[in-house]
Design a protein around this ligand. Structure first.
Ligand code: GCU
Length: 410
């Protein structure tokens, strides 16, 4: 073979290799390495990760993307206004709690709805999920307090009692031995461009008008932690075994909550997409400019610097997922959820693997993007379900297997 032919054939091999990699979710631009410190030195031990790199990355994401959240107030109070009522046809004990974040009923607050399996003996592990349409929409239980808050002006059918029950298979959760605790996104923030005054953020003016301002995704993540503060005080709950869940924008918040708060034993991101699990460096589907334009409340002011810079971002979401290590994480996609770049969600979960491995866990056990409905369940778990952007029974079937493994040692 002539030199030219050799060069040509090796170029073809390289192109084929690059295409194959791209098909498996590899980035089209160099990806930041979570195990390289800002000063260029390599992280080689778990202690270096814990003591130096993890805090450095957490600070970077806080400053450049999610913004600063307030500390827990020593005045915080929990008002248990529904102290344990038999519910759901006798399957559960229901509690409802108002979390007074500054201890003041006229200050920032939100409600937590809790179902504990009636059959439980002793403390139970819990699923803590943020819901999209109101606590009253999660089941058709007639005694759930109806929230006065919502995103739009009129309540739609999703907001009705039980209107969102299809996404919350509460009976299956109880049958698996979990309590469910849930709170409503709009009790925390109305999630509109001009919703600031009605958000809990408004009670923390010192965290606004600065480049690392308290953002809506940051606020939702912080609410997960404040709900956990309550769960730690509830004698029915095993607070060392709490898994958190969020869908879509709420999945973005669940991941960031898990990255920040090491009390969460497991994190589930259901189709969190851009600014959640999706890898920006691939430059596919919803980008930073769109996030910052359509949802300017979600991230901090600093994040706007990166508009149109998805492929050269100095960090990316696999590094945020890595902050959850060594705790368990599940990244799930849906085949028709093109806006979230399902393959890019896989790519981030995969690229977080070296950190899990450094900490003695297994990375994502899939070399290629798995076929539809072929879950890969481990320390990092992943599936792509057939169908649209939604939370379906199939998703929860996998999450319960994942949670049983990590929270119940099964
Ligand atoms: C929009 C947005 C996504 C987000 C989704 C949701 O589609 O572009 O980033 O995840 O809303 O939260 O439903």
């Amino acid at each position: 073979m002539h030199i030219r032919e050799i060069t040509l054939s090796s170029s073809i091999c390289l192109i084929v290799a690059a295409l194959t990699l791209a098909q498996d979710g590899a980035p089209t631009a160099p990806l930041p390495d979570p195990l390289v410190m800002a000063d260029g030195s390599r992280v080689t031990t778990a202690a270096q990760w814990r003591n130096k790199r993890r805090p450095e990355l957490l600070e970077l994401f806080t400053r450049e993307m999610y913004g600063v959240a307030p500390p827990r107030s020593p005045q915080m109070k929990f008002v248990v206004f529904d102290k344990g009522t038999l519910a759901l046809g006798g399957k559960a004990i229901r509690k409802q709690v108002t979390i007074l974040l500054k201890g003041d009923p006229n200050g920032p607050k939100f409600d937590l709805l809790i179902y504990i399996p009636k059959a439980a003996k002793g403390k139970v592990p819990a699923i803590l999920g943020m819901n999209f349409y109101g606590n009253q929409a999660v089941t058709d239980d007639p005694d759930i307090r109806v929230t006065p808050n919502r995103a739009g002006s009129l309540p739609g059918k999703n907001e009705a009692r039980g209107g969102n029950a299809a996404q919350w298979p509460v009976e299956a959760m109880l049958d698996h031995g979990y309590a469910l605790a849930t709170f409503y996104r709009c009790d925390v923030d109305p999630d509109t461009k001009d919703g600031f005054a009605k958000s809990l953020k408004a009670f923390y003016p010192e965290l606004q008008n600065r480049p690392d301002n308290f953002s809506t995704i940051g606020e939702w993540a912080w609410a997960f932690s404040r709900a956990m503060d309550y769960l730690e005080t509830d004698h029915a709950i095993d607070a060392r075994h709490v898994g958190i869940f969020g869908w879509s924008r709420l999945g973005k918040a669940a991941l960031w909550a898990g990255a920040n708060d090491q009390r969460f034993a497991a994190v589930i991101s259901n189709e969190s997409g851009a600014g959640g699990a999706k890898q920006f460096h691939r430059g596919i589907a919803e980008n930073i400019t769109r996030l910052n334009t359509s949802f300017p409340q979600w991230y901090d002011e600093n994040f706007r610097k990166y508009n149109d810079r998805d492929k050269t971002l100095p960090f990316d979401q696999h590094e945020m997922i890595a902050l959850i290590a060594p705790r368990a994480v599940y990244v799930a996609s849906a085949e028709q959820d093109a806006n979230a770049d399902p393959e890019g969600e896989f790519a981030s979960a995969k690229a977080a693997s070296p950190v899990f491995e450094l900490l003695g866990k297994k990375g994502l056990q899939a070399d290629h993007w798995p076929a539809v409905n072929q879950p890969v369940i481990g320390d990092i778990s992943y599936h792509v379900r057939n169908g649209p952007h939604d939370v379906r029974p199939y998703d929860w079937e996998q999450y319960l297997i994942f949670l049983d493994k990590h929270l119940r040692g099964k």
